[in-house]
Structure formats: structure tokens, C-alpha cells
Design a protein around this ligand. Structure first.
Ligand code: TRP
Length: 333
């Protein structure tokens, strides 16, 4: 069975973008592959963060995963920092990869522009740690968005280089230690930002709805989506707040309502307050079962503790197996 690895940054609560873009895909994968799903807290600290809430965010994401339907009997759940082999492998791999390639990555440049006062080594090193995440488990498939493709390329380059430099310890070459991981396209769907610009993102305030938002919060967030005068007519816009609202109606399977409001738009009779109310109800209805499951998990902290502990034990064994091989091949044993 092929191994799948995916990581989610612990920088806040899961939102609808994560749910449609990643979590739904993860749910489908756990039935078919040997999956490791990780909360990558070491990656989360490369951009400004609050140490006092880090551990809580990590746990909340695990609870979100479970409430959404990830089943610890079908997949391995990991908290990255609890498996020190990630950082060990990342360091070892960093010694075979050029700095100049890392400096050229679009993700690094974007973050530099976004946080000009927080350009740290960890940020540059981010793709190496990400490569270590997957290679530590000899993962072959990585279900992530297209924006992560440059990181996957780095991962493959590192795997290839390691294999050619440190093949078999006695012969010097020949055996391949790591597979070259491929990005795995899941059924994930694009969820637009509530601001009307780009995709829903936890690092952009006002852009997202959390999976735990209650009716009042959903209502308030949708009310803030920028719209127009409602008297433009013609085809629906392709971007902006109005476009986001319509895309969301589709995601929440409000087909009939979609058609009604699309007609209203064409006829310049659309009332956005009405549309937003309908959408609020649709979002809330979908989130309710998740929120109820979540509550039962919150009421049972020892169950969550034991799920986390089991995942850690399973992952630690697999990770240590790879590390034994790597240490030996690199000359440490
Ligand atoms: N960089 C990924 C993101 O921002 C998160 C991540 C870290 C990851 N390590 C990973 C994803 C390993 C897949 C596999 O979404």
C-alpha cells in the first residue's frame, strides 16, 4: 500500500478552505492508502506566532481532524514536534542542498515580502524540513495544493541527491533510500476568500469561516462580504465578494438557491441580505454535525490524549527505522 503524508500548519483553527481543500480529500484517502496526517507545529513557528497558544492550537487541530471524520484506526495522526526525528533528518538533509535554490523559491519570497521583519533561517529552511517530513516515512504521495509544487520539487531533488550520494553504505551507490514523492491531486475544491480577493486563508483576517463558528459568527462574517449595488445585471462576476458568495453557495450544494439568485442578479433585483441569510443557514447546517462531534471530544480529553499517544508511538517506530538507515548511510553508525 502506498504511503501518503500530509501536513497542516498549526497556525489557527481549521476553516472552510481547509475543509473543502484538504480535509475532505484526507477523508477519502484514509480508506485507500497508508496515511500519516500531521500537525506541523515546527513549520508554524516560522512566521510570527504566540508560544502560549501553540500547544492548544495543535490539540484543537487534532480534535478538528477527528471531528471531521479522520479515524485513528485507519490513519496515523502525528504531531510533528513530538517526533524529534523530523528535525534530525532535516538537519542531515540540509547539508546536501544548496542555499541558493532555497532563496529562489516563490514561497520564501512571498513570506519575506509579507513579514519583512521576520525573515529567519527557519523560513529559508522550511522546504528542507518539509522534505524531511515526508522522506522520514518514505512517503510517496503528498496531497497538497498546487502552490506547494515547488516544495515537492525540492523534496524530489533532495531524495535523488541523497540516493546518489549515500546509496548503499558498503558499495557507495546502488540502493535507493528514498522514493521521489509526487503531489497527489485530491478532490479538493477552491474556496474563495470572504474579502473577495484570492483564496480563503487563515493568515488573512476577514477571509475565512472557521469550522467551529456558530450561527451568529457565520452570519456576521458573511454580512461583511463586500457586494455591489445589485443593479449591475448580466453575467455573474468572476471575482470579488459577490463571486465568492456564489461559489460558496455551490460548495454548500444550494443549487436551487444559486439559480434563483443568479436570475435576480441578471434582472438587477438581487438582495444580498437575503442571499447571505440563505447561505448562512446552508453553511451552518453543514457544520452542525461536525460541531456536535467536536463537543463530545472536548468532553472526553483522556480519549483525545490516548489517540495522540497512540499516533506518536506508531509514528516514532516508523521514523526511527528510517533514521537508523540514514545515520548508517551518512556515516554516523
Ligand atoms: N507547507 C505545507 C503547507 O503550507 C505544510 C506542510 C509541512 C506539509 N510539511 C508538509 C504538507 C509535508 C505536506 C507534506 O500547506
Amino acid at each position: 500500500m502506498k504511503r501518503v503524508y500530509s501536513g497542516i500548519r498549526a497556525t489557527g483553527r481549521l476553516h472552510l478552505g481547509n475543509y473543502f481543500g484538504a480535509v475532505k480529500g484526507m477523508l477519502a484517502l484514509q480508506d485507500t492508502y497508508d496515511c500519516i496526517f500531521s500537525v506541523v507545529d515546527l513549520h508554524a513557528i516560522t512566521t510570527p506566532y504566540a508560544p502560549s497558544s501553540l500547544q492548544n492550537s495543535v490539540r484543537e487541530i487534532i480534535i478538528d481532524f477527528l471531528a471531521a471524520g479522520l479515524d485513528p484506526k485507519k490513519c496515523h495522526l502525528e504531531i510533528q514536534s513530538k517526533i524529534p526525528q523530523h528535525t534530525e533528518l532535516a538537519y542531515l538533509l540540509s547539508t546536501i542542498y544548496p542555499v541558493s535554490r532555497l532563496e529562489d523559491l516563490p514561497t520564501y519570497k512571498d513570506k519575506k515580502a509579507q513579514y519583512p521583519k521576520y525573515v529567519n533561517m527557519g523560513l529559508l529552511y522550511y522546504p528542507v524540513l518539509m522534505a524531511a517530513d515526508v522522506l522520514l516515512y518514505k512517503g510517496e504521495l503528498v496531497p497538497v495544493g498546487i502552490d506547494q509544487e515547488p516544495h515537492l520539487e525540492v523534496m524530489r531533488e533532495i531524495a535523488r541527491k541523497f540516493n546518489s550520494m549515500f546509496g548503499h553504505p558498503s558499495t557507495g551507490s546502488g540502493s535507493s533510500t528514498f522514493p521521489e514523492p509526487q503531489r497527489f491531486k485530491t478532490e479538493g475544491e477552491y474556496v474563495p476568500s470572504l474579502t473577495g480577493k484570492g483564496k480563503m486563508s487563515k493568515t488573512v483576517d476577514g477571509s475565512y469561516i472557521n469550522l467551529t463558528d456558530d450561527l451568529a459568527v457565520i452570519k456576521k462574517k458573511l454580512a461583511a462580504v463586500p457586494t455591489d449595488s445589485g443593479t449591475i445585471g448580466g453575467d455573474l462576476p468572476k471575482e470579488g465578494g459577490v463571486a465568492s458568495l456564489f461559489v460558496m453557495m455551490k460548495l454548500f450544494k444550494q443549487e436551487n438557491e444559486y439559480r434563483k439568485f443568479e436570475n435576480d442578479y441578471k434582472n438587477k433585483t438581487i438582495r444580498y441580505s437575503e442571499l447571505k441569510e440563505v447561505l448562512t443557514q446552508g453553511v451552518y447546517k453543514e457544520l452542525k454535525p461536525f460541531q456536535e462531534k467536536r463537543k463530545t471530544l472536548l468532553d472526553n480529553p483522556s480519549l483525545v490524549d490516548s489517540i495522540i499517544a497512540d499516533g506518536q508511538k506508531e509514528c516514532m517506530e516508523m521514523a526511527e527505522e528510517t533514521m537508523k538507515e540514514v545515520r548508517q548511510k551518512m556515516g554516523f553508525a
